[in-house]
Write a protein that binds this ligand. Structure first.
Ligand code: PGA
Length: 272
């Protein structure tokens, strides 16, 4: 596991975007797993810049998003701040600015009338695409990956999940409040890739910033593997893992000295 600690959010975003860009350049037809939330916004901004200014090419890239609110669908007739779907988030923050093909973008459809069958279909599409090459992940304050709330099986697959109060509070503050949507009217369920699904990605990149994430970041990377912090499943992944943090999110880690030492060694030997 590579743990990279950056000075601030901007540096974290630039580093993460560079890592993804490098991956796309080495495998132009790669399959990316993508995340929503406030953390990846800077990374997407930087990827858009690279597309516009450096010709980063998404024409063969396929993407699968981690999750979507149940009962919510994209509506391009609404202004962005009134459309809370994760599909809209991705469209506004990344997809509409780059040359990705529409047919290469996969979402869980929050408006499905058969969630179980739809989740099975999603898993099949991931398999058909050859699996996810690189999965980008944030981490919730309750330790979730995607919407895998505490108590989720670490072998879980794509399914419907009820959201915790903490997640509802955080997402209300970040996204629903500005739309004037009542806290009680937020969707309380979501469709989400499972932890078992996520662990099958060949490479994992997890990002976190801010003091609010410090405790849960330390618990997930250095604490016990537990279904109470589903991101701790990162310790079970067998592929390449990179965790990119800002100083605040890294502030409760015990082994910072070692992580920095490894980063310096890898830089010296050109391994990063
Ligand atoms: P955030 O959410 O990026 O808005 O903090 C992270 C997550 O819930 O995975």
């Amino acid at each position: 596991m590579n743990v990279i600690i950056k000075e601030n959010y901007q540096e974290l975003s630039t580093y993460t975007a560079n890592l993804i860009a490098k991956f796309i350049r080495s495998k132009p037809g790669c399959v990316l797993g993508l995340a929503t939330g406030s953390t990846p916004i800077g990374t997407y901004k930087e990827l858009v810049r690279m597309h516009k200014e450096e010709g980063l090419d998404f024409s063969q890239v396929k993407t699968f998003n981690l999750d979507e609110y149940l009962g919510v669908g994209i509506d391009l007739n609404k202004p962005y701040h009134l459309d809370q779907s994760y599909a809209r988030f991705m469209y506004e923050e990344l997809f509409k600015h780059i040359n990705i093909k529409k047919e290469n973008i996969y979402f869980l459809n929050g408006l499905t009338n058969d969630p179980e069958a739809h989740c099975r279909w999603y898993e099949e599409q991931i398999k058909k695409a050859g699996g996810i090459d690189l999965q980008l992940l944030g981490i919730g304050r309750d330790g979730h990956w995607a919407f895998n709330e505490p108590g989720s099986s670490l072998a879980s697959r794509t399914r419907v999940q009820a959201l915790t109060k903490q997640t509802l509070d955080d997402n209300y503050e970040s996204f629903y409040k500005k739309a004037g949507i009542d806290r009680d009217e937020m969707p309380h369920f979501a469709l989400t890739m499972g932890i078992g699904t996520i662990l099958e990605a060949k490479n994992i990149v997890m990002i976190a910033n801010g003091i609010k994430k410090a405790e849960v970041v330390a618990a997930s990377l250095e604490g016990p593997v537990t279904n109470q912090i589903t991101a701790s499943a990162i310790q079970l992944h067998s592929g390449d893992i990179t965790v990119v943090l800002d100083k605040e999110a890294a502030s409760k880690l015990k082994n910072v000295g070692y992580y920095r030492h490894v980063e310096n060694l890898k830089l010296k030997y050109n391994l990063l």
